[in-house]
Design a protein around this ligand. Structure first.
Ligand SMILES: CCCCCCCCCC(=O)SCCNC(=O)CCNC(=O)[C@H](O)C(C)(C)COP(=O)(O)OP(=O)(O)OC[C@H]1O[C@@H](n2cnc3c(N)ncnc32)[C@H](O)[C@@H]1OP(=O)(O)O
Length: 220
């Protein structure tokens, strides 16, 4: 198998195509802290038994916050550069639903290069519930889709998911540490074949494989 890992000099910078690119160090630490607090808030709201007066007060507070924070918005599609071990570089949207650093619902935070692929640990709270106490299957697929896509981007070339297959081997529990890993298994013309799995306490709960098709960056 040959993976044509691209040298940094060849990597297109989305800024050259009209995308907003924000350096990680420009993101205020307070924003990243707020992201964590809001993720906890979503879980708290999903499960609260607070009385109606408290709920009404919370709604007013949240509405006020939404107005304040929404007054200055980044454009949809804003990206940030990711620097990976070994000098590899790629770009991801800040608000990516699964791994965007500023998106409170994004549960994949600490992807890193390991054993020739990517690896991350995560724990999904009650906001990701499907069956009682278990992670929703759509979120299981989303975790795999993202890690497979990022693996293609980091080791092959950025592409879109053309095909994703998920085998759900065991229930994936909420509020329990999970490990997500992935690797490239082949490259054929524009197609990058990737596979990965989610493990809980060492056991595979879901396996995924995907074909990512490399695409040119469209100008915006
Ligand atoms: C750095 C940031 C990290 C980014 C990570 C992103 C992770 C998130 C991943 C996503 O969520 S992506 C969003 C979901 N996916 C999409 O919206 C893709 C929608 N589909 C398309 O845009 C097009 O169908 C696609 C770009 C995938 C392919 O269209 P093209 O017209 O460019 O390709 P073409 O039809 O010429 O096929 C190119 C090759 O791919 C193959 N192919 C295309 N669709 C396929 C398919 N569905 N299954 C298997 N193979 C497929 C096709 O057979 C061919 O193989 P060969 O080279 O062997 O001839």
């Amino acid at each position: 198998m040959t993976v044509d890992a691209h040298p940094i000099a060849d990597l297109p910078n989305p800024a050259d195509y009209g995308f907003t690119v924000i350096e990680r160090q420009e993101l205020p630490a307070d924003l990243l802290t707020l992201v964590d607090r809001v993720r906890e808030l979503v879980d708290a709201v999903a499960h609260t038994e607070a009385d109606p007066a408290e709920l009404a007060a919370a709604s007013r507070t949240v509405s006020e916050l939404t107005e304040r924070l929404g007054a200055r918005r980044r454009p949809v599609g804003a990206m940030t550069r990711q620097d990976w071990e070994g000098g590899r570089v790629d770009y991801n949207t800040l608000a990516n639903a699964v791994s965007g650093v500023t998106n409170p619902v994004a549960p994949l935070r600490n992807l890193r290069v390991e054993d020739g692929g990517l690896r991350a640990e995560t724990t999904l709270n009650g906001a990701y519930e499907g069956p009682p106490g278990l992670v929703h299957g759509g979120w299981v697929a989303a975790l795999l889709d993202q890690v497979l896509g990022e693996t293609s981007a980091v080791f092959g070339r950025m592409g879109l998911t053309a095909n994703l297959t998920v085998d759900y081997r065991r229930p994936t529990p909420l509020n329990t540490p999970l490990t997500v890993v992935s690797r490239i298994t082949g490259v054929e013309r524009r197609k990058v074949f990737v596979s990965g799995e989610i493990r809980c306490a060492g056991e595979i709960t879901a396996e995924g494989s995907a074909i990512m098709v490399r695409v040119a960056i469209p100008e915006v």
